[in-house]
Design a protein around this ligand. Sequence first.
Ligand code: ADP
Ligand code: MG
Length: 349
Amino acid sequence: MADTSFDFKSLADAGGPVRRFKAGEVIFKRGDAAQELFVGQSGKVEIRQGSRVLETLSAHGLFGEMALIDSVPRSAAAVAATDTALIPVGKERFLSLVRNSPDFAISLMRLLTQRLRETGRETQLLNIEAITASIAHEVKQPLAAVSIQSAAGSRFLKMTPPNLDEVQASFESIRRDNHRAGELLDSICTLFRRTGEVQQSINVNEIAREVLESLSGKLKSNGIAVHLELSPKLPVVLGNKTQLQQVIFNLVNNALEAMGTFGGGNKTLRVRTEHRSPAAIALSIKDTGPGIGPTQLEDIFDAFFTTKSHGTGLGLAICRMIVERHGGQLTASSDGESGAVFDFVLPIE
Ligand SMILES: Nc1ncnc2c1ncn2[C@@H]1O[C@H](COP(=O)(O)OP(=O)(O)O)[C@@H](O)[C@H]1O
Ligand SMILES: [Mg+2]
């Protein structure tokens, strides 16, 4: 195959005066207008967003091309990490090189593809690491409890006479923690499952009624009044019934738990559906619990974010994922004191 490599360094000979930066010097800031891209001749450059280093480029690296090509301000800063020499290439010159030198264009493509691959792999690894650490952390808790309870159980068994009531209690709590670990793993599987699922026409009013029916005992025993405001002319949506049921179940369950622990007098759950726009329907669930503080309104959708001693923090992460897979959006709002509203919008076909 013909050698298509282009020595970026040769750009220096083609006129561009080399610019030198001392270690620590800023090459451009976020928000700056993009006049040129840079090719490294020597030294190292860091691409930063705030204090986060997105990338470190060494000699021959090329950077600053994105803002130049898109004609938008810089989205990140570039800082010389060591004493650095750079060749600036203006937009016109860059475009004429692309047009006139196939070797330049191919070398450029090769460089950008390689960079994309590297950052892709890195993000993937980062995610896997963070997810594995969270899963390990979550699953270790019930396992640790099981180990403590079995030690306690054997101590009670060795007493003379053995304290069988306590042994029984230890077994019972081992069973509960085991169940919890199982539930946790099930939820994690749901979170990552790629479903080649069955799509069917769904009447959201109907599944809302079914979920409320299945939770009616719990709602009653917690003294919660339910207000149903279901739009009689709700169009059907296309989706997975079990998954959408799970979304409503999780949201109602959260509302129930929020009101259950809340001292406030009037406990009301309002479930409303509407044909919100020509192309979408919406379902909202409003409770009169303690609400959600403004700083937590987005965090609550993160996997493992929970404020409950026995929560998994997976409910809302799963809900949002399911809704988004259906092409919809799930959002929360609250004034932070008089309850929360969860609203989800689904496209009609
Ligand atoms: N209706 C609600 N009212 C107040 N806070 C809520 C409500 N729903 C969810 N939250 C908050 O969001 C967190 C995450 O919810 P979720 O993902 O379902 O996990 P979990 O219920 O296991 O804690 C909860 O721990 C709670 O702090
Ligand atoms: Mg929950």
